[in-house]
Design a protein around this ligand. Structure first.
Ligand SMILES: [Zn+2]
Length: 169
């Protein structure tokens, strides 16, 4: 029996089994799913703070249907980073996505983004778990596309009592 050539993924340092999709890059080889993460991380690392902040503001504009971010929302975003020095841009961005897209809350400029510190950890755990599931499926070659966890709930009127009103704090 000849020697079996073991291919090791450059990203997760684990073996790439024959049934797992792989992606060569130069002299390196990756699991196909690891390669996507590797590329994304490389791109993320090169981004400036202004670009990261802009990404958050763009997401907020999208959700709230705004052309430009309002002064209040901009202040809120600044305040969140000032008061929570450990929060990352990516974490805040995903907290916003989580709150509206996953939890299905209705955007309301009156209340804005005061919820972020309260759901930050939960959002982070959600996306870590989600990525683990996608990872597993992709490594098994069962799944080639991203799962979009988008839960749409139709607009409901004034049921946002549980949202913290930042203006009143
Ligand atoms: Zn890998």
């Amino acid at each position: 029996m000849g020697k079996r050539k073991v291919r090791i993924c450059e990203y997760c340092k684990q073996e790439i089994e024959n049934n797992q999709p792989s992606q060569p890059s130069g002299k390196k080889i990756f699991h196909a799913s690891c390669y996507r993460k590797y590329e994304t991380e490389k791109y993320e690392k090169d981004k400036t703070e202004t670009e990261r902040l802009k990404e958050i503001e763009d997401e907020v504009n999208d959700i709230f249907g705004l052309e430009d971010i309002t002064p209040m929302l901009r202040r809120q975003i600044q305040k969140i980073f000032e008061e929570n020095p450990k929060f990352t841009y990516n974490g805040v961005l995903h907290s916003i996505k989580y709150y509206y897209q996953v939890m299905g809350n209705e955007p309301d400029t009156k209340y804005g983004l005061g919820f972020i510190p309260f759901i930050y950890k939960e959002a982070k755990e959600f996306y870590i778990m989600k990525n683990k599931v996608i990872d597993k499926l992709q490594k098994d070659g069962k799944f080639e596309q991203e799962i979009e966890t988008y839960v749409y709930k139709p607009p409901k009127s004034n049921k946002n009592k549980h949202i913290i009103n930042m203006e009143k704090l």
